[in-house]
Design a binder for this molecule. Structure first.
Ligand SMILES: *Cc1c(COP(=O)(O)O)cnc(C)c1O
Length: 297
């Protein structure tokens, strides 16, 4: 939200966003007084489909807010091309992509802004709620710092209508130490993901792997037609799973009269996706156990 605010777009300007993101991305656009325009994801990568972005661009479109979902980068070459062609600003929601790369370049470094969440379950998680925005642009950095601190550069002198959105110092201190462990955390998650990729039966639609993408598997998801049945079966076998996400943003009660239209690809993902155990706290043996139970389904 602060990233969008920093651009001072005219009220009601449009921001393109993937239809299957976590609702927080869309809320940030609404809270910035802007209009979210939903674009469907690619059914293989679960990320915004670059081929569908252009048809959603209007004279009011000012920015694209992409999401590197589940820890996989979006198709950045194609997205950068579109941003340049239409002079659109780019904000990256990196809440699930700490350390993920596209052709060797880190997510969060393509757009003017990269927005990170350090919610405890993220790949880089704090001891409570926390987040940060990164940018290479000095003037935008000044604007963000101002906005997060009541619009003030100098204590008790306020330049703009800002917010209290500071990162708590205790969380910042904790994160500074844990940041050194991020590569280790990602390496472990990638190792667990590889076990699933190599050993799960093809009945389960597994995430795509491509040499241009360095995936960090914030979430390791599979898709299956009998997803709910599979979830119950796994729980009976003492394997807890989750669904990211059970309800698409445009189907949420909160979005009635705000988001319109139908998003069949998004709905297909929401109806079939299942997130398997894949955290820094899991061992390789545990993942092999999950695979064994899964393959008997
Ligand atoms: C977790 C998450 C957010 C929200 O992060 P907060 O720290 O709760 O604000 C936003 N977008 C995506 C894609 C997320 O996964």
């Amino acid at each position: 939200m602060l990233s969008l605010k920093a651009f001072d777009f005219e009220r009601g300007s449009e921001v393109i966003v993937p239809s299957n993101t976590y609702i927080a991305t869309i809320l940030s656009i609404l809270h910035a007084g802007l209009k979210p325009v939903l674009v469907e994801p690619d059914i293989l990568t679960y990320n915004i489909d670059p081929k569908k972005i252009e048809e959603s661009i209007t004279a009011k479109t000012k920015a694209i807010m992409i999401v590197h979902l589940y820890g996989k980068s979006c198709e950045m070459d194609k997205i950068m091309e579109i941003c340049e062609k239409y002079k659109l600003r780019l904000i990256e929601d990196c809440a699930q992509s700490h350390g993920a790369k596209f052709k060797g370049q880190l997510t969060g470094t393509f757009g003017e802004f990269g927005a990170f969440s350090f919610y405890p379950t993220k790949n880089l998680g704090a001891l409570g709620d926390a987040g940060a925005v990164i940018t290479n642009d000095e003037s935008l950095a000044i604007k963000i710092k101002r906005l997060r601190n009541y619009g003030s550069d100098v204590k008790y002198y306020n330049e703009v209508v800002g917010y209290n959105s500071r990162l708590d110092e205790v969380q910042a201190g904790f994160l500074s130490i844990k940041l050194n462990k991020l590569d280790e955390i990602n390496t472990h998650k990638r190792k667990l993901a590889q076990i699933y990729l190599d050993n799960l039966k093809d009945d389960f639609i597994k995430p795509v792997v491509d040499k241009n993408y360095f995936d960090v598997y914030h979430i390791f998801n599979i898709r299956h037609k009998k997803r709910d049945e599979l979830k119950d079966y796994l729980l009976k076998n003492e394997i807890k799973t989750d669904i990211h996400y059970p309800v698409a943003p445009h189907k949420q009660n909160a979005m009635k009269n705000i988001l319109e239209g139908s998003y069949p690809i998004s709905e297909e993902i929401h109806n079939t996706t299942l997130s398997l155990p894949c955290s820094f706290g899991h061992t390789e043996e545990e993942i092999y156990q999950v695979v064994e139970v899964m393959n008997k389904f």
